[in-house]
Design a protein around this ligand. Structure first.
Ligand code: GLA
Length: 733
C-alpha cells in the first residue's frame, strides 16, 4: 500500500502511482524532509548535507557539532524557535510570553482509510482507497502534541496534509501561525504559478520565478477571495502544459489563507500553504485540540495538464458529495441579470414559462424576494417571503413553476445583515462590529458573527423555514463582502474569531446538507470570491464569476481549470451587450463558453427574437448530448487565452471513444494565418470522425500537426466539434 515505515533508517515513505514522498526521524528526533517527486525506491537520506554555516545556530543537544542547523536542513514542519530563520510553518506564544517551540518525534501510526477533520471539509475515501499516516511530535516544555496527518490516495497521485495540535499541559498557549503543508526542496529551482484577480475578473494566470526573498499571496478578507485563489503550482522552469514536473497545493478552506514561496541563502526552496496568520492568534487551553484545514498535494511529471486532471478527478470523486456528485446538473435560468430586483411572482412565472418553452429545467429566483428588499440596501437577515411583492405565497409560486415542469431554486445570503433590517434592530450585537468604532460597510451591509452558535442557529432556522415552504430543489448561497471588523462580543480572544466563523459556516452548510440531501447548493461570493475546495465539499458547484461576458469568461475559466473541474464551475449564457463589459458576442459562442461548466442562462428570454429562442432550444439539445462528457471527461487546455488569438479546450471521454472540441476566436486580423490546433489525449493509431461534417481524421496527425481552424470573418466566432472514434473496418467500408 501507499505508506511504509523503515525502522532501521526511521524513514517514512508515501508512494502514489507516480510519486514518492519521504521523510526521516533523525537521531535527535527532528523530522526532516527528504524527497517529494517522481516515483522512486530507496532511502533518499543521501540528499542531506551538513556543513558549518555561519550565523546558523545549532540545537543544544548537538553539543559542539556546528554542522547541524535547522536553518539549513529541509524540514517537514519547521517551527519558530529552533534556529531556523526562514518562514516557519508553526509558531506559538507560550504563557510566559516566549515564542519558542521545539518539536521532536514521539510516535506514529499508520492505518487504512483517510483521516477526518472535526468540523472541517476534507477529501474522503474508503478504507481500501487510502491510507493515513499520523506522526506525533512533542514539545515537552510547552506541553503540546502536534500531529502531522498525511492521507495518501495512490491511484489519484494525491497526498493530503493537515495538522492537529493538542495542549496536554496546564497553561494556555497561543497558536500564532499554523501552515497545513510545508515543502522544503533541496537542489531545484522553481517557477510559482498562482491565480490573482479582482471582482468580476477572477483567477488570472501568473507565472513567476522564485528568487531569493519571499513571495507571498493570500487573503486577509475572511474569505478565500477574488484577489488570490488558495491554490499554488510549483513547476520546473521548463515545465509546460504537456511535459515536465510540477506540484500543486490546494487549500481545502474558504477563509483567509497565506501561501509563501521562499528561496533561502543556500538556494533551497520552501513553499507553504495554510491559514492566514494575520488576525490570527488562537488560544489553546489545557486539553483543547485545534485542527488546521487540509492541503491537497499532487505531483505530475507530464506537465500542468495532468496536474490539473489529478485534482479534477480527486475533487469530483473524493470531495464533492451528495446526490449531485455524479449527476448531470439541471440547466437553469437565473433571474438576476434578467430582472435584478425588479420582479413579481407573476414576472418570475412568465420567465419560467419562457424557460420551459425552450427546454430549461430549473428556475432560480435570485435576490429580492424577502423582507423589503427592493435594492441592495436593506433586509438581509430578514428571511421572510415578501408576499406583497410576489403577489402570492412562495408555495403558490413554486407550484405554478413546478406545473410547468420546472424545478424551483432560490437565492440566499445567510452570513449577512443589513442595518436596515428587523434582525439588526433586534440584535445589533450579532453583527461583527468593534465597540466604540463605526464598522466598515461593504455593499452597505454588515457580516453576522458566525463564530457564535446562537447566531448560526437563528439564521439556520429562518432558512429552513423558507426551504420548508415548498419544493425547493436548488439554493444559491451568496456572500457579498469582505470581513473587516473582527470582533465577537462573546470571544475572550479575538484572534480566534475568523477561524471560528468558518467553523460556524461549515456547521450550517453541513446541517443543510444532512437535512436536505436532495438539495443542490451552488456557492457564490460576488461570483467567484469564494471559489475553493472547502466550499466544494458542501456545494457541488460554485458561480464562477459575476462577469458573464463570454470572452472574459474564457480567461476566468482557463485560470479556474488549473485547480477545479468544469463540473463544479457555474457558467451561464447572458444577454448582449453584456451587462459587465457592454461587449456583444454571438449567441453560439456564449453557449460554447457556458458549456464548459454547469450550464445555464441568465437573461430575459422575453427580450429575445424568435430566431434566438430557437437557437437556444438547439443549444439545449446539444448540451444534453454532451453533458455526460462534460461532467465526467478529462479536460485539456489547448491554448493560453492570455497569450494566443484563440481560446481552445477539449474534453475527452475517459475511454477516449469521443471528445468535444471548443474553439473561440479572441482576435480577428486582416489576412489571418491559419491556426493548427494540436489535439490531446486521443487514442494512438485510431481514427476520429467529426460528427457534423463526417470527415475522418487520424489521431496521430491530429496530435502531431493539429486541426486547421478555418478563418471566419467577424469577431468572437466559435466552433464546437464532436468527434467519435471509429474502427478501421468502418473506414475501409
Ligand atoms: C452577487 C452574486 C450575483 C447576484 C447578486 C444578488 O453579486 O454574485 O450573482 O446573486 O449578488 O444581489
Amino acid at each position: 500500500m501507499g505508506i511504509l515505515f523503515d525502522n532501521t533508517s526511521k524513514t517514512f515513505t508515501l508512494h502514489t502511482k507516480c510519486s514518492t514522498y519521504q521523510m526521516k526521524v533523525d537521531d535527535y528526533g527532528f523530522l526532516l524532509h527528504l524527497y517529494y517527486g517522481r516515483y522512486t525506491k530507496g532511502t533518499l537520506e543521501y540528499l542531506l548535507t551538513y556543513a558549518d554555516r555561519g550565523f546558523s545556530g545549532n540545537p543544544y543537544d548537538l553539543h559542539n557539532d556546528r554542522t547541524y542547523s535547522m536553518d539549513v536542513l529541509p524540514q517537514e514542519f519547521p517551527c519558530r524557535g529552533i534556529g531556523d530563520f526562514r518562514s516557519p510553518a508553526f509558531a506559538i506564544r507560550n504563557e510566559d510570553g516566549s515564542f519558542n517551540c521545539d518539536l521532536r518525534y514521539r510516535s506514529h501510526t499508520i492505518y487504512n482509510g483517510k483521516y477526518k477533520l472535526s468540523g472541517l471539509p476534507a477529501v474522503y475515501a474508503k478504507e481500501e482507497e487510502a491510507q493515513t499516516l499520523e506522526i506525533v511530535l512533542e514539545d515537552s516544555v510547552s506541553k503540546i502534541l502536534v500531529s502531522l496527518l498525511y492521507g495518501v490516495l495512490p491511484e489519484y497521485d494525491i497526498i493530503t496534509r493537515s495538522v492537529k495540535v493538542v495542549n496536554f499541559g496546564e497553561q494556555k498557549i497561543y497558536l500564532e501561525k499554523i501552515q497545513s503543508a510545508c515543502l522544503d526542496f533541496v537542489g531545484k529551482t522553481f517557477d510559482l504559478i498562482h491565480f490573482y484577480g479582482r471582482h468580476a475578473m477572477e483567477r488570472n494566470y501568473q507565472r513567476i520565478q522564485i528568487e531569493h526573498g519571499s513571495y507571498v499571496i493570500g487573503s486577509r478578507r475572511g474569505t478565500s477571495s477574488h484577489q488570490y485563489n488558495p491554490f499554488m503550482i510549483l513547476a520546473d522552469r521548463e515545465t509546460t502544459e504537456d511535459a515536465g514536473t510540477c506540484y500543486a497545493m490546494s487549500f481545502v478552506y474558504s477563509g483567509g489563507f497565506k501561501g509563501e514561496a521562499e528561496k533561502d541563502q543556500y538556494n533551497q526552496t520552501r513553499v507553504q500553504l495554510g491559514l492566514q496568520d494575520e488576525l490570527f492568534s488562537y488560544p489553546l487551553l489545557p486539553s483543547e485540540t485545534f485542527y488546521a484545514p487540509e492541503v491537497v498535494l499532487t505531483y505530475s511529471e507530464e506537465g500542468l495538464g495532468k496536474l490539473s486532471q489529478n485534482l479534477h478527478e480527486c475533487y469530483r470523486n473524493h470531495l464533492c458529495r451528495g446526490v449531485y456528485k455524479n449527476k448531470i446538473r439541471p440547466i437553469l435560468i437565473n433571474s438576476w441579470e434578467a430582472a435584478y430586483f425588479n420582479f413579481t411572482g407573476e414576472t418570475i412565472y412568465e420567465l419560467a414559462k419562457e424557460a420551459a418553452d425552450v427546454g430549461i429545467e430549473l428556475l432560480v429566483m435570485d435576490d429580492g424576494w424577502f423582507g423589503n428588499r427592493e435594492d441592495d440596501n436593506s433586509s438581509l437577515g430578514d428571511w421572510q417571503v415578501n408576499e406583497t411583492k410576489l403577489g402570492m405565497s412562495l408555495n403558490t409560486l413554486i407550484q405554478k413553476i413546478n406545473n410547468l415542469g420546472l424545478k424551483f431554486g432560490i437565492w440566499v445570503e445567510p452570513e449577512m445583515v443589513s442595518e436596515d433590517s428587523e434582525l439588526y434592530r433586534k440584535h445589533p450585537e450579532w453583527a461583527l462590529t468593534i465597540p466604540n468604532r463605526k464598522p466598515v460597510r461593504g455593499r452597505n451591509q454588515l457580516v453576522l458573527d458566525f463564530s457564535r452558535k446562537e447566531v448560526v442557529d437563528a439564521i439556520y432556522e429562518q432558512i429552513c423555514n423558507i426551504l420548508d415552504q415548498g419544493k425547493i430543489e436548488y439554493l444559491k448561497w451568496d456572500m457579498n463582502r469582505s470581513i473587516t471588523d473582527v470582533y465577537s462580543t462573546l470571544a475572550t480572544d479575538q484572534g480566534k474569531v475568523l477561524y471560528d466563523y468558518m467553523l460556524g459556516l461549515y456547521d450550517f452548510l453541513e446541517r443543510l446538507n444532512q437535512r436536505y440531501p436532495e438539495l443542490l447548493i451552488e456557492g457564490c461570493s460576488g461570483g467567484g470570491g469564494r471559489f475553493d475546495a472547502g466550499m466544494l465539499y458542501y456545494t457541488p458547484q460554485i458561480w464562477c464569476s459575476d462577469n458573464t461576458d463570454a470572452i472574459d469568461r474564457i480567461k476566468i475559466q482557463y485560470g479556474t481549470s488549473f485547480g477545479y473541474p468544469v463540473s463544479m464551475v457555474g457558467s451561464h449564457v447572458s444577454a448582449v451587450p453584456n451587462h459587465q463589459t457592454k461587449r456583444s458576442v454571438p449567441l453560439f459562442t456564449r453557449g460554447v463558453v457556458a458549456m464548459a461548466g454547469t450550464f445555464g442562462y441568465e437573461l430575459d428570454l422575453k427580450a429575445l427574437t424568435k430566431e434566438e429562442k430557437e437557437e437556444i432550444r438547439q443549444q439545449i439539445v446539444q448540451y444534453h448530448q454532451f453533458a455526460p462528457l462534460i461532467q465526467n471527461g478529462l479536460y485539456y487546455r489547448l491554448s493560453n487565452p492570455f497569450q494566443e488569438e484563440i481560446g481552445a479546450w477539449q474534453i475527452v471521454a475517459k475511454d477516449q471513444s469521443e471528445f468535444l472540441l471548443s474553439v473561440v476566436c479572441l482576435e480577428i486580423h486582416g489576412n489571418m494565418t491559419t491556426t493548427y490546433l494540436r489535439l490531446k489525449g486521443l487514442k494512438k493509431n485510431q481514427w476520429y470522425e467529426e460528427q457534423s461534417s463526417k470527415k475522418i481524421y487520424p489521431a496521430q496527425a491530429l496530435m502531431e500537426v493539429g486541426l486547421p481552424i478555418p478563418v471566419q470573418l467577424g469577431e468572437y466566432q466559435a466552433y464546437q466539434w464532436h468527434f467519435v472514434m471509429i474502427s478501421e473496418t468502418e473506414i475501409k467500408d
